[in-house]
Design a protein around this ligand. Sequence first.
Ligand SMILES: Nc1nc2c(ncn2[C@@H]2O[C@H](COP(=O)(O)OP(=O)(O)OP(=O)(O)O)[C@@H](O)[C@H]2O)c(=O)[nH]1
Ligand SMILES: [Mg+2]
Length: 295
Amino acid sequence: MSEEKFLLYLRKWIEHNVEHNRKHLEELRKLLQRVREHNLREVEAELSASEMFMEKVIKSLEEALKRLTRERSEVVTAHEEQMLDLEVEIDILEINRRLADENRRIFDEHGIKVIDVRGAIGSGKTSLIEAIIDKLKGKCRIGVIAGDVTTTIDADRIRRHGVDSICVNTGKECHLDALLIRKAISKMNLPNYDVIFIENVGNLICPADYPLGAHLHVVVVSVTEGSDMILKHPLIFKDADVIVINKTDLAEEMNVDVNKLVKDARRANPKAKIVTTSVKTGRGIEELIKALGLS
Ligand SMILES: Nc1nc2c(ncn2[C@@H]2O[C@H](COP(=O)(O)OP(=O)(O)OP(=O)(O)O)[C@@H](O)[C@H]2O)c(=O)[nH]1
Ligand SMILES: [Mg+2]
């Protein structure tokens, strides 16, 4: 096939597929509307993601068509692969943001306050949630979505306090995402809850890029991670509403200055409420409940 013929064939193929995908997208949107009317949340989550991927496919095909009409030297650049990676990542973050907005809408419809608990591995996220549950028993109806890489250990711990807990395993991912949360809430009877805690996967980097639709973000660090955890991971603290410095009972033993951690937290995010806690002694738990607006 001559180059001229190939280019003509390619153009036709792209045009055909743009049209074809547009029709499918239109059909999908109509079905999605009906899925929403029937309140099929888990199906809706998957179809919403498909809708966004199809939009992306159409956009890429249209872009390819545009590029076909330009000089070929402009089409290929030295940084093509990097740009592609970047574009894919930006798209995934955008898709996550849109799903997070939809999650927020669902939570708001049910009048549920949702708290995303982020923090370092082993810093005490589950322990703090357990302590809060015990204090608020009978005062508000709590549900927990417990994110973990593989096990159900945290969800099992929470259930032992008489509270429903949905376990979300991320496989090898270092953060929860809005689609996983949508799937989790589709398994919950939302009118049963006033507050839902989401325990994110233990990590101080990845969860910052993946909003879940929560109303409040808590970040937990503990003195056992040393004196510089906050300085080393400033980004995750930037959008925290509440910063918790936990395991203060071990500060002396660890030779860590809690006041220094408080100062670092204040510098990383001057607007956040900062609470120092010890689940072991009970220090700061009431203050934390107040900071979360749950008292
Ligand atoms: N001494 C002391 N130990 C604590 C405190 N809070 C939690 N721990 C202990 O620290 C360990 C880890 O606590 P978890 O609550 O499982 O921590 P986590 O952040 O949920 O851990 P991952 O979900 O694995 O990231 C457990 O052995 C807890 O008993 C505290 O304030 N003081
Ligand atoms: Mg945990």
